[in-house]
Design a protein around this ligand. Structure first.
Ligand code: F0G
Length: 410
């Protein structure tokens, strides 16, 4: 709701609002054929893997979308990753292939389009780095001012450089992401600044298309599992909503199960799940997967609903497991940032536990690009300070420009 200088996406009860569209309440109002037809367009928003599904996202804005275009990301079948996880039917949906290198672009194109529609001049977000990179880019393209709040010292280099380069006012908060989130909530509730965190329902509508596009790529034959890293739980929330709507309007015939994977040091959702969602307690987050270093996720309630709707589960993986999974995904020629690898590490763990079966059809989401966090990759392969290189390190060699020496090392 927008009134004068204040704008909020909260209901009077304190809960977060969600978007509802005519097509999601009337089975048959939109069919897979509509989406498929747009695949053949060479110009316009139909090229976007978000706006292609406009009837389920933000139908009023199809012709005015601020779009890059985003989406159209690959679904990889990788033999080495399948072997390492033990999931023979594993597919990797690479959201790092979006314009700014993460899935955030799918939500941002919708959020920025809405910001323009309501006449916003300034947009803001708190971020562990990818939301800010994406918002900075889309705001620049829409001619809006952007303000980002990021935790000082714990945003990966690629992301920090994007936010600065795209021209956002970049405020480094001496605190963690959760502190930055509290600040942006205060600033945007009183200063007439439009908020683009995932409390914004338009962002979540855009992120639903990770699922819609995947289902489309699979010929609307739903997989058994969808595995996703969990941080602020925006994706988890969006995925449950997308799947429920797809099932209700007849795009798919069965409900896949969602598996949310958290980093062990940033696991409030996992802990709540272990109590049967009886209790939620925030944690002080720590993990080298800085994208998901979040202790107080704003989308907890919606995410919980997603797990319940999909008979889903929540698990956790260690930083060592994340790094190992990343090395396997990278070494397969696909590559991803550390947080993304949590989903692949989770698949391996769930197969070993007999929860995911070896022949299940599994889609794991890779949320961000390998170049987002070069420091992490280089430290893993070269070691850093007192830390030894990781077990799968591919250590570079240094040589004199002498052919006989070089022939020995290659
Ligand atoms: N993976 C990556 C690469 C992310 O950047 C994020 C979130 C997540 C996973 C977790 O997704 O929040 O929907 O559960 N990054 C946010 C940011 C918090 O500010 O860029 P989630």
């Amino acid at each position: 709701t927008t009134s004068g200088r204040t704008q909020t996406f909260r209901c009077g009860c304190g809960g977060l609002l969600a978007a509802v569209h005519p097509a999601t309440t009337r089975p048959g109002a939109v069919t897979a054929a509509t989406f498929h037809t747009r695949l053949s367009t060479l110009t316009g928003p139909g090229r976007s893997g978000v706006w292609r599904y406009a009837e389920l996202v933000y139908p009023q804005a199809l012709s005015v979308a601020v779009s890059a275009p985003e989406g159209n990301t690959n679904l990889y079948e990788s033999v080495p990753v399948r072997q390492w996880t033990g999931a023979a039917g594993l597919m990797l949906k690479h959201e790092g292939e979006n314009p700014t290198g993460s899935f955030k672009d799918r939500g941002m194109t919708v959020g920025i389009t809405h910001a323009v529609a309501v006449g916003a001049r300034v947009v803001a977000c708190a971020s562990t780095g990818n939301t800010s990179a994406s918002m900075a880019a889309y705001a620049a393209r829409a001619g809006l001012r952007a303000v980002v709040f990021i935790p000082y010292g714990s945003v990966a280099l690629g992301k920090l450089s994007q936010s600065i380069a795209y021209g956002a006012r970049t405020v480094q908060v001496k605190g963690d992401f959760d502190a930055a989130m509290r600040i942006v909530t205060q600033v945007t509730s009183s200063e007439g600044i439009y908020i683009l965190n995932s409390v914004n329902p338009f962002r979540l509508e855009g992120q639903k298309t990770i699922i819609l596009e995947t289902l489309h790529q699979l010929g609307w034959d739903a997989p058994d599992w969808i595995v996703v890293p969990g941080g602020n739980l925006g994706n988890t929330s969006a995925f449950g909503k997308a799947l429920r709507e797809a099932l209700e309007i007849g795009l798919i015939r069965k409900m896949p199960r969602i598996a949310v994977i958290q980093a062990e040091g940033s696991n409030p959702f996992y802990r709540a799940y272990r109590t049967g969602f009886a209790r939620f307690e925030r944690v002080t987050a720590s993990t080298l997967a800085t994208a998901i270093r979040i202790g107080d996720p704003v989308n907890y309630a919606k995410a919980r609903r997603s797990v319940e709707w999909t008979d889903g589960i929540v698990d956790q993986v260690t930083d060592a497991e994340i790094l190992d999974a990343k090395a396997v995904v990278d070494g397969a020629g696909i590559g991803c940032e550390p947080a993304s690898a949590a989903s692949v590490a989770g698949v391996r763990k769930l197969v070993a536990a007999g929860i995911i079966h070896a022949d299940d059809r599994v889609v794991a989401i890779l949320t961000g690009h390998i170049l987002k966090d070069p420091d992490n990759t280089v430290s893993y392969h070269l070691g850093s300070g007192s830390a030894q290189p990781g077990p799968r390190a591919n250590t570079p060699v240094i040589v004199e420009p002498d052919i006989s020496q070089i022939l020995k090392v290659i």
